[in-house]
Design a protein around this ligand. Structure first.
Ligand SMILES: Nc1ncnc2c1ncn2[C@@H]1O[C@H](COP(=O)(O)OP(=O)(O)OP(=O)(O)O)[C@@H](O)[C@H]1O
Length: 757
């Protein structure tokens, strides 16, 4: 096994925890290497299991040098780079970057001390090259003069002067990578983390990039850590680290590696190192299995190691040659000790993971709770505004969508249906009360179709031609007079003869209710006329129940008046989810957020950036929504318009917070769309928008209880229809529930977006 394997004896030091205390002992020493990791461990969680990616990684990158990191695909290079810039949390060991652990309070990592070029493109496609540079210049506190000077140099150096004002989306892959590199080099950081910067660029440009990096480390104390698939280009680096299976296998100068392994190319050295690592892994596995067998044997022999050893000595002898020299055994044990055994993993188990999760949760709050930096917020606002401006058609659509929804709603829902066909069978004498009754039927709602007989009418209903049949008997006029005027002679036959028989298709509840209402109203009018003509008091024909003038609302309330206030709330909430649900899904997926974190922007600043810009969109949306509701569709407005406006804005904010939460937990657009859409109907149906909440069964009522839209809908109805104010519980409860909801959702969204796992 070569001496360079497991450099610095990192495994054992990490295990003892020495390195982390050493790192924190001299955090600001200029002599200290730029990057030191000792026993660095990082896992990814997948369903019910942990994927160990870094299993005790030790590296040392000196200041002012280029350190090339080589490793097969999936060996954890990008993971390491993200750990170095503080994007991922460390699960074990230590990591010191420019004198302190990344993410330590006050440490400029992540921040302007590093320049990060991710493996993915991670650029805003709707920005030009210059706008991209301006964004990163703002994040790094550069003024216009500094930006222009650096931009001029980088554009010339990367041969992109002609691309200065071209949109990134309109560039080739190689051109886009050059923009990405320029963004990382722009602010001349102390540490450059370049994740495969030369992929997809021409060999000429690759040579220029390397010569620039060499020049950079020669003339400044910049440290460059570069991962690459082109192994032989790493020859130009000051130091090369080769990694495999989550560990650094070897680390030295290219010349020393070539000499030590007696190879002509780093590619051959890499192959050799990997082969050795594989065989050492086999030995390590073998030692581990022996160790487990021994422990089992000791357990079987009553915990007496001597006895177990004596009994197993023959087997041991057979196995010993495989172990090789004692040094190899101890090295193998070192290797093994870095990998958590299954038993350890089980022991660490669910409890410690929950404990770690809770601890991390509170740490992340402390970490993210710092005051927002105006410069970062300004950069976020500028970035979001520029993106919005570029997608002006989408913006126009967003402005108009809520207004269009309320127009559709008020036009299509609430008004009475028109032209409902009814079959009319009138056997009464011509010019009698039968004709008079039919003339009282609301002609806009009911279209009368005379038919010869009841059977023909029923056949038409069965065929779907009519909603019902109205039958008027041959003695209708005479019997009606007897029934209402000469009441002393009324018999059952007269009751039947003076009645109008209606046979209906009741499959559409709303249609049936309206037809019944219109048919009854017409009869009521007929009776009034009859009594008046007979010199009697028309009220004799009324039910002895008198509906007095209402305290709130109209005598004949419109369905629209009931539903409109709650609909405004619901549209404000639902539309705002759409404003933010996609906010950073794409940014996350395409690595754009990683770049933002690397520049030292906090999750809170990202949230503020999105919330403020989308709030401006929301104000326009709500302005149009209220304008159409109040002016065009005459929604009731008995209370304070200011309170209505504030409540709508708060609901919009709650929707935006919910959208931000969706955005923060969604890995891709499909998930975000699914979550946003699937929340729409439960919120609509359980908030009492379409139907009174009193009708919701007990179990569902608990869910309805936690929806801010339920309380806000009540408050809005009370404000708009009853004219109540904040001194009424129904109103203030709506405001309080909405504010609580905004705070809770924002905290959850902040947590979701700041997750470093
Ligand atoms: N967010 C994640 N969740 C789960 N597993 C992940 C995640 N990111 C990376 N991995 C896994 O971790 C391992 C290391 O990934 P990483 O991207 O660090 O490798 P790499 O060396 O940079 O690979 P390449 O050279 O192909 O880019 C891979 O097996 C990968 O599938």
């Amino acid at each position: 096994m070569p001496a360079a394997l497991f450099p610095n004896g990192g495994g054992s030091r990490a295990a003892s925890g020495e390195s982390s205390s050493a790192a924190s002992a001299q955090p600001s020493s200029q002599q200290q290497p730029a990057v030191i990791t000792r026993g660095l461990v990082r896992n990814y969680s997948s369903f019910r299991s942990q994927l160990p990616v870094l299993k005790g990684f030790d590296m040392t990158a000196e200041r002012g040098q280029i350190y090339a990191l080589l490793g097969p695909s999936g060996s954890g290079k990008s993971t390491l780079v993200k750990l170095l810039m503080g994007r991922l949390s460390i699960h074990g060991g230590s990591c010191t970057v420019l004198g302190a652990t990344p993410g330590t309070q006050g440490h400029p990592v992540p921040g302007s001390a590093i320049g990060y070029m991710p493996q993915d493109l991670a650029l805003y496609g709707e920005f030009t090259t210059m706008e991209t540079l301006r964004y990163f210049a703002m994040l790094n506190g550069m003024n216009d003069k500094q930006l222009n000077e650096r931009a001029d140099f980088l554009l010339r150096f990367l041969d992109m002067v002609h691309l200065k004002h071209r949109l990134v989306n309109a560039m080739s892959g190689g051109q886009q990578r050059r923009v990405s590199l320029a963004a990382a080099l722009l602010h001349q950081p102390k540490l450059l983390l370049l994740d495969e910067p030369t992929v997809g660029v021409s060999s000429v440009l690759r040579a220029r990039i390397w010569s620039h990096l060499l020049e950079l480390v020669k003339t400044t104390d910049t440290t460059v850590i570069i991962t690459t698939h082109y192994i032989d280009e790493a020859r130009q680096a000051d130091r090369v680290g080769m990694m495999g299976d989550g560990r650094l296998l070897v680390e030295d100068t290219p010349a020393n590696l070539l000499r030590q392994y007696q190879r002509d190319s780093l590619e051959d050295v890499f192959l050799r190192v990997c082969q050795e690592a594989e065989s050492s892994e086999e030995i390590a596995d073998h030692v581990a299995s022996l160790h487990e067998e021994q422990e089992e044997s000791i357990a079987q022999h009553g915990g007496d190691p001597e006895r177990a050893h004596r009994i197993n000595s023959n087997d041991d002898d057979a196995k010993t040659p495989l172990l090789g020299a004692s040094g190899a055994r101890s090295d193998s044990k070192k290797v093994r000790s870095l990998v958590p055994t299954e038993a350890q993993a089980r022991k660490d188990g669910i409890c410690s993971r929950i404990g770690q999760g809770v601890k991390e949760y509170f740490y992340s709050f402390v970490r993210d709770a710092r005051w927002a930096k105006p410069r970062n917020v300004k950069a976020m606002l500028w970035k979001n505004f520029t993106r919005l401006r570029r997608n002006y058609l989408l913006l126009l659509f967003q402005f108009l969508l809520p207004a269009v929804q309320i127009i559709l709603f008020c036009t299509a829902i609430g008004p009475n249906p028109e032209g409902l066909h009814m079959a009319i069978v009138n056997h009464d004498a011509p010019g009698g009360f039968g004709d008079l009754y039919l003339s009282y039927l609301d002609s806009s709602t009911i279209t009368q179709v005379p038919v010869a007989s009841h059977d023909l009418g029923v056949a038409g209903v069965r065929a779907g031609d009519y909603w019902g049949v109205i039958d008027i008997g041959s003695n209708f006029t005479d019997d009606l007079i007897l029934r209402f005027v000469n009441q002393t002679t009324v018999t059952p036959d007269i009751i039947i003869g003076s009645s109008i028989n209606v046979t209906m298709d009741m499959t559409n509840q709303q249609v049936a209710i309206i037809l019944e209402q219109k048919i009854t109203e017409a009869f009521q009018t007929l009776v009034h006329t009859l009594l008046t003509l007979s010199g009697l008091d028309p009220e004799l024909g009324d039910l002895p129940v008198r509906i007095m003038p209402p305290i709130y609302g109209e005598v004949n309330p419109r369905f629209t008046d009931f539903i409109l206030p709650a609909m405004i709330i619901n549209i404000a909430f639902a539309m705002s989810i759409g404003l933010t649900a996609m906010s950073f899904v794409l940014e996350k997926k395409e690595g754009l957020l990683d770049r933002t974190w690397a520049a030292g922007v906090s999750p809170g600043e990202v949230l503020i950036g999105h919330t403020l810009i989308q709030f401006c969109v929301l104000v326009v949306q709500l302005g149009l929504l209220l304008l159409f509701s109040l002016v065009v569709f005459s929604a009731p407005m008995e209370g304070s318009f200011i309170l209505v406006l504030i409540l709508s804005l708060l609901l919009g904010l709650a929707g935006m917070a919910f959208g931000l939460l969706i955005s923060s937990v969604s890995k891709d657009e499909a998930t975000a769309v699914q979550l946003a859409l699937s929340s729409f109907y439960p919120v609509l149906l359980l908030s009492g928008v379409l139907w009174p909440v009193e009708a919701i069964p007990t179990g569902l009522n608990y869910i309805s209880f936690i929806l801010p839209t339920r309380w806000a809908s009540d408050a809005m109805r009370s404000l708009m229809s009853r004219g109540w104010s904040l001194d009424h519980v129904d109103v203030w409860a709506g405001f309080v529930a909405t504010i609580v909801c905004i705070v809770v959702l924002m905290i959850l969204a902040l947590r979701g977006i700041s997750s470093r796992d």
